[in-house]
Design a protein around this ligand. Structure first.
Ligand code: NI
Length: 168
């Protein structure tokens, strides 16, 4: 496994629509391992393949540090409710923004063995799914954030006890 370089806003790879995965390969398995390692190394809760320069519909999410999910060719089947809260992105380092997302989503995807699974996610996991799947369409959360993004460090000082926003 190896750390991959995280592409940041301004890199055109982040604005492209990713291609579906049709066949698992050793190279893609290595990519997935590297994405997980890179996400944990950066203290993120999610990472999408375009963020490491690969235009494939793959993302990884782990919102509690104990349950890593790999999503290949994910789609949101159902969504319900609304949550408004802080969101960050490893490709927009040091910033947070307020984003409204569904409270719950039902997702269908393939796992790293190309087996189909469905997942009902809520709260942060639902937010992370929406955020990562947007990356696969070439979208960053800045596009849907309320107003301009804020400085994450200043935010921490103001919100005592709230901790940092999750970066995805
Ligand atoms: Ni992101």
């Amino acid at each position: 496994m190896a750390l991959r370089q995280i592409r940041t806003e301004g890199d055109s790879v982040l604005t492209k629509v990713c291609k579906p995965v049709t066949k698992m390969t050793p190279r893609l398995q290595e990519l997935i391992d590297d994405m997980l390692e890179t996400m944990y190394d950066a203290y993120g809760v999610g990472l999408a393949a375009p963020q490491v320069g690969v235009l494939r519909r793959i993302c990884v999410i782990d919102v509690d540090g104990e349950h890593p999910y790999v999503f290949i060719n994910p789609e949101i089947l159902e969504q319900e409710g609304e949550q408004t809260g802080g969101e960050g992105c490893l490709s927009i380092p040091g910033k947070v923004g307020t984003v409204t997302r569904p409270q719950r989503v039902k997702v269908r995807a393939l796992d790293r063995n190309m087996e189909e699974f469905e997942l009902e996610a809520e709260d942060l996991l639902a937010r992370a799914c929406c955020h990562e799947f947007d990356h696969l369409e070439g979208h960053l959360y800045r596009e849907i954030a309320e107003g301009p993004l804020r400085d994450a460090e200043e935010e921490e000082e103001e919100e005592t006890g709230e901790g940092t926003e999750a970066a995805e």
